[in-house]
Design a protein around this ligand. Structure first.
Ligand SMILES: NC(=O)C1=CN([C@@H]2O[C@H](COP(=O)(O)OP(=O)(O)OC[C@H]3O[C@@H](n4cnc5c(N)ncnc54)[C@H](O)[C@@H]3O)[C@@H](O)[C@H]2O)C=CC1
Ligand SMILES: O=C1O[C@@H]([C@H](O)CO)[C@H](O)[C@H]1O
Length: 308
């Protein structure tokens, strides 16, 4: 069977760290062209823009988007207009309205679309979801803390409007929580701590609930120490489930559980391949809606300036 010929837009940190290795490791895909404004990608044809790739480059069946969220909407629309399947990094767009429009456009076309909430593919997530399916959840505590200088060095876009600030990693925790919990979530209140020289928060405290008034708290911090804290603790009538290391580790009542051996991005591309084969799409908006609602109802507190 012929491999899916793939283009990639935005050859930056996550493309180099995760996407290209995962693509090369999956024989169902062949990376044939990259459009990027930074350093070129070795071993494929490189272009300065998606338009140039589509017009002058080799044929591609699908395109992976690893650009910043600002401006991504127009790029994905360009690919859809050319009849390409699309894999879109999180957050899918800079606004909820743009993401909703992409869902509609994919629905109207004979292509597959994937909003790649990569943390949903962490090794412990499906085992956690299976355990929770028959349990009664009482409360959820999310702690998602990392060092922006380690994970987004020199990336000014993350502090600009549409860059989300600490919600750029925080949205990963929200993508896990919304994947694990049965009912839609709502933001009840939020406190956003915004550096004087930034347009988006460096830390946030969020209180959420579902229609049954489940108590869900989240603490996000982008100025955390070198050792990340990416944990979700779910207290149930039957015991305590805990995900650590971004979902790579799962424990029940303190006992480590068996998890998948597949990496996040290997699973993301396997899922994309399956969607294309099945002529299906997977474009969940809920994590982005929760971020938008946090910005709607969040109180702002100014904090000291941030310097990279
Ligand atoms: N940094 C990380 O650890 C992770 C980042 N992500 C997500 O991946 C996305 C990208 O993040 P990073 O790779 O860290 O950012 P980055 O700033 O390192 O890379 C972005 C790349 O896009 C290119 N670019 C920007 N506009 C373009 C355009 N119009 N056409 C072509 N190329 C363009 C830039 O030249 C740069 O190479 C973000 O949405 C982020 O949330 C996801 C998982 C982890
Ligand atoms: O999506 C993201 O993941 C973190 C980090 O790479 C851990 O996976 C990063 O801050 C954020 O963009």
């Amino acid at each position: 069977m012929q491999p899916i010929r793939l283009g990639l837009v935005g050859y930056g940190k996550i493309a180099q760290d995760q996407h290209v290795p995962a693509i090369h490791a999956n024989p169902a895909f062949q990376l044939v062209a990259v459009a990027t404004q930074g350093q070129p990608c070795a071993g494929v044809e490189n272009f300065r823009s998606l338009g140039e790739l589509l017009e002058n480059g080799p044929h591609v069946d699908a395109i992976a988007f690893c650009t910043p969220p600002q401006g991504r909407f127009a790029l994905v629309q360009q690919a859809l207009a050319a009849g390409k399947h699309v894999l879109v990094e999180k957050p899918p767009c800079a606004t909820l309205g743009e993401a909703m429009a992409l869902v509609e456009q994919v629905r109207e076309q004979d292509v597959s679309g994937l909003f790649a909430w990569h943390s949903r593919y962490a090794p412990g997530i499906e085992a956690a979801r299976d355990w929770l399916a028959s349990r009664t959840v009482h409360s959820v505590q999310i702690d998602w803390k990392e060092d922006v200088r380690k994970w987004h060095p020199g990336q000014a876009w993350i502090w600009q409007p549409g860059g989300l600030g600490v919600f750029d990693p925080g949205i990963n925790a929200l993508s896990i929580a919304t994947h694990l919990l049965a009912l839609p979530l709502f933001v009840e209140s939020a406190e956003l701590r915004v550096p004087d020289n930034c347009q988006s928060p460096i830390a946030a405290s969020i209180k959420m609930a579902d229609a049954r008034h489940l108590d869900i708290r989240a603490e996000f911090d982008f100025d955390h120490g070198h050792d990340e804290l990416w944990s979700i603790e779910i207290r149930c009538a039957e015991g305590v489930l805990r995900l650590d290391n971004g979902g790579a580790l799962l424990s029940i009542d303190g006992v480590r559980q068996a998890v998948s051996e597949e990496g996040e991005y290997a699973a993301v591309y396997r899922h994309f391949q399956q969607l294309i084969n099945d002529k299906a799409s997977d474009m969940d908006l809920q994590p982005l809606r929760l971020v938008a609602d946090s910005f709607f109802v969040g109180s702002r507190t100014a904090v000291e300036p941030f310097y990279d």
